[in-house]
Structures are given as structure tokens and as C-alpha cells.
Design a protein around this ligand. Sequence first.
Ligand code: WTA
Length: 634
Amino acid sequence: MSKSEVTEVLLNEDKIYKPSEKVLKNARIKQWKAAHKKAEKDPIKFWEEAANELEWYNYWGQTFDDSNAPFFKWFLGGKCNIVHNALDRHMGTPVENKTAIIWESDDGDKRKISYKELNKMVCKMANGLKFLKVRKGDRVAIYLQNIPETAVAMLACAKIGAVHSVVYAGYSANALRERVDDQGAKVLITSDVGHRRGKIIDMKSLTDKAISGSRSIQHVIVVKQGDGPVSMKMNRDIFYDALVETQPSNCPTEKMDSEDPLFILYTSGTTSKPKGVVHVHGGYMVGINRTFQWVMDVKEDDVYWCTADPGWITGHSYIVYAPLMSGITTMMFEGVPDFPKPDRIWKMIEKYEVNILYTAPTLIRALMSYGDEWPSKYKMKSLRLLGSVGEPINPEAWRWYHKFVGKSKCPIMDTWWQTETGMFMIAPLPSMPLKAGSATLPFPGIQAEILDGNGKKVPVGKGGFLAIKTPWPSMLRTVFKNPDRYIKTYWTDSPGYYHTGDLATKDKDGYFWVQGRSDDVLSIAGHRIGSAEIESALVSHKAVAEAAVIGKPHPIKGESAKGFVILRKGIKGDEELIVELKKHIRNKLGPIAVTDEIEFVEKLPKTRSGKIMRRVIKAAELGQDLGDTSGLAD
Ligand code: WTA
């Protein structure tokens, strides 16, 4: 992009992108204002209607209960199972012969799995889990790459009422251990190896390291992905193929209470310990189904591709569960967008005739940096709608995505949400006018506000904390085994509201512009990592006495981490030690958490109570005003 174009982009941020006649004509919700108004009048009724679009074994009695706020409940007394809606109800209908999952491997192999086949795989796996004595309520950890078996494992757990907890395959053995221990997982599902950029990752060794000495794990199921020998522990480990081979291909789906847990997903916060966010069957399925259908405007025969990893909430809600509930084709991709060449994504869109692409700003910026010629070579005629998630999308990236990928005809759904919210919270509907870089308005039924530090609404155009007024069905129910942390993190800083931890502004049209986190949580290439987690990894190295980690703006990753380290007495800081410390972070947390830079310092700015002031370090690093430093110890 040339310099003049960049200037033009900045000048045009207020430009409004109206939906085309064609988009309007085909939109599920044509009168978006009326839809918003109706939901605002009676949000509970809105969610009741959404719930009625799904199948229940037994209808609920009370729709919403706030008697024990903030431990809200939805669809009380209802009996359901998300798998019934994602698979069972499609059997015996024309959907069963449709392709449920298209998968492409790192090296370009492909698999197509129909709904019928997927159902069979899930039943067999569910029976396999039962054979290993997994029961309703037991936790099952899943440490797999982006392969169909990840979805199969999740669905199989949910089917029998077990609680799954997917751990992103890019996490290290240590990070896996922490998550497995916290939830007390009984079974872990992993693979022998994984593939990335033509390289092989030894997943089984990482797993063995993570669970050595684990008191909860009884069995490890290994999905064979490579050709080499695998070290298997007697009586503990079993190959997936061997486990499912003899299992019957029918398995009854457990009738769950609406409020029974479906999964735990760990996410970073402001302390070094990740939080186990708990989601439940009933409200979660209602929230993600309605948001997916309305925002992504799904049509019966859509091929939909979300490039996230199943290890994150985006993958849970919008690769696996919501697309399957809609009975469309969802794509899974093991590889990376620029391997073997920067046109991998565009090529795949043409090859599989993808209609909806849902991706992240970091990926758009990375592909943008290779030049316009890569997407320009492809017409991508099948594309109808684009989506963005994970971090604020800067207007340049938005416009590039719109022009070179969407060929100026596909609306972009910039969806703001979180692991905790389960579903899109601030997002457009395709019939709405768009502004480059704004996630637009709260989804119907949701009320969002910008608050100051005292919980008061701020005037239009002023920045503040993004907070949500109305409870919603797919909200997290608690932090696993830590209800106090649930209250403290989400229901304390903005009294009467759900505190999102994000900073945002609202413009005169009511459009929201999310700026990023207000706390010490970094967003590195769209991945949530806590400063405290990286600091804790650094100080666990024998050379390190103290550490502070801050985020710095990064042109592609959005943010990159920099560590400031005080070494122990007598230790010399040199290049070699920097390399070693980075390796140490990689071992402790995984490649996504490695700091780009490490600087050795003598002192760190602290408050009188000894708390490191990351804000001051960051301002100094970026050459900004240090702000209020009266709290500094010296
Ligand atoms: C950020 C990912 C701006 C935000 C679904 C949020 C966004 C955090 C957007 C949640 C967006 C996500 N615009 N910021 N469209 N989407 N974020 O839990 O800071 O991995 O709080 O969930 O990502 O990250 P998480």
C-alpha cells in the first residue's frame, strides 16, 4: 500500500459502507433497526425465541434467573444436549449426506466427512470414552492440532455429558500440565505428532512430560498422525484407532440439564494462573446458534471457513458447534496461511468454493505484507461474507481485506467477543452500514456501555471501560473451582455490569470502537497472554531475580512482548543469556508467548507497596508521557 493510500485511509475512517442491493435482498435480517428495537424491548423473549429454534428433550420452565447474581442461570429445568442439535437431529434428514467437515492438512491432503460419517465417528469415540470409564461430569483434556478428530473428541465428550477442555496445541508441556492439573482431567486425548509448516512436532513427548506424575490422568488416547514408532505407556495409553475399532456406531446422547457444564476453556488474565472459564449446554447453544445465523447470515449450502484453532473459543463456538448446528460445511485447516506460498488461503477459497471467511486481523496484516498481487490473482467468486475477530482491526487492514479479498462486494463482520462471552457481543448484521475498524453495535438483546473508573457512563467520543449491562445466555457461569475469582474479575470493577477488561469509545451513531485491553493482558497475534504469565516464566529461570513484561505495538502481530529483567547478583547479561531466556519462555509456555525483546536492567519502577508499574515502563519504552508517577517508590 502506498503512502498516499494510507493517508486516504486515515482520512476516510468515518466513511460508511452501505450494504449492496444484493446483500440486502439476501440478508436474513433485512430490517436490522427493527430487530434491535424488538430485542431491546424484551431481551428475555428474544432469547426464548432463539431457544425455540433448537430442539430440547424437555422444555425449560423459567427462562432466566438472577436470584443469585452474578451466578445467572438460563432455561432452568430444560433438558438438552448441544450434540443433539449439532448431529442427532440431522440424521434421517437430507443434511446427513451433506459434508460436515472439509479438512486440509499442512501438506495439502484433504478429507471430507459427511454428517452421517461424523455422527458415526462421534458415537464410536463416545463409546470408547465410556469403555475407559469416562462418566458424566468427568473432565477430558484434548491436546490436538486442527484436525477433524479434535471436533470428534469434543462432540464425543459432550454427547456423554463429560466436560471437555481443549488445550491449544501450541502450548508447552508445562502449560498443558497446569491446565490438566487444575481441572483434574481423567483422560487426555492427543496425537503422536503434529505438522506445521512442513515440520513435525512431537506431541506425544510433550504430553508424556506434561502428565508425568499426574494424579488424575488414567488414560491417554493417541490419534496416529505420523508413520514413526510411538512410545506408549502400558495400561495407560491406547491408540484412537484401536479404541474405536470395536465400538458400536450407535450411542445414546445424554440428556443434560441446561445448566450442566459443557466445557472448560482456560484463558489468560492478570495473574500468572490461567482461568478455567466454564460454559454450559443450554444457554451456550442458544447464544452461539442465534449469533452465528444472524451475523454470518448462513445459507443452507454454505461452505464456511473460520481460520482459528479449535484450541481457542473461536474454534469451539464457530468452527465446531455453531456451524454444525446450522447443518452447513465447516472447514478445518492444519496448516499456516503462508506455507508453502502466501496464496495458500486464496487458493483454498477457490478450491473449496468458500462462501464465508472468518479470520483475524493479524493474519490479514501478515498476508497484506506479501503484496496485493497474491489475492489479486484469485477471483474468489464464491465469497459472500467476511469476518474478523481477535483484536481491533485497523482501518488499513479492513480496507485491504474489503478490496482485495472481498473484491469490494463482501461485507465485513467485525465481531467483538471473548472466551467468557461464548458468542459475538458487538457485531454487525450484514444489512447494516459498516465503518472500517468498528465492530458496530451490540448484538440484539445486548446492552453495552462505556464507563469511567467510577462506573459512570462517559460522553460520546470519550474512551472508557467497555461493560455489558444485560446478562446473555452463553455467558460464562463461573471460573472453575474459583467462584471468587469470577466475581472479582468480572463483577467488581464496573458495579452492575459485566466488566470486559477492554477499553473502547462510542461514536455519535452509537458505533463501538474497541481499542484493546485495559489490563496487563497482551494480544499477540490475536492470542491472549498475560504479562504475569510471561514474568512468572522468566523468574523461574535461575539467572533471573525480577522481571516485568509489557506489550509494544507490532505492525503484524498487533502487539509483541518485551521483557525487562533484573539478573541475580554476579550474573552477566549477554546475547547468549537472552537466547536462553527466550528458550526458557518457550519451554514454560509455548512459542506464542516468547518475547521479541529482552533487556537487562538494574531497577524496575515500583509502587511503595512493591508492585511493578508496567504502565510506567511501557510509557518510557514508547517515549510517551509517564503520566502520574506519584505512586512510585523512588
Ligand atoms: C480482543 C476471542 C477488538 C478483546 C474471541 C477481547 C477484539 C479479547 C475483537 C478476547 C474485535 C476480540 N475487536 N478486539 N473484533 N475480538 N478482541 O478471549 O481485547 O481470546 O477482550 O476471545 O480479544 O480474546 P479471547
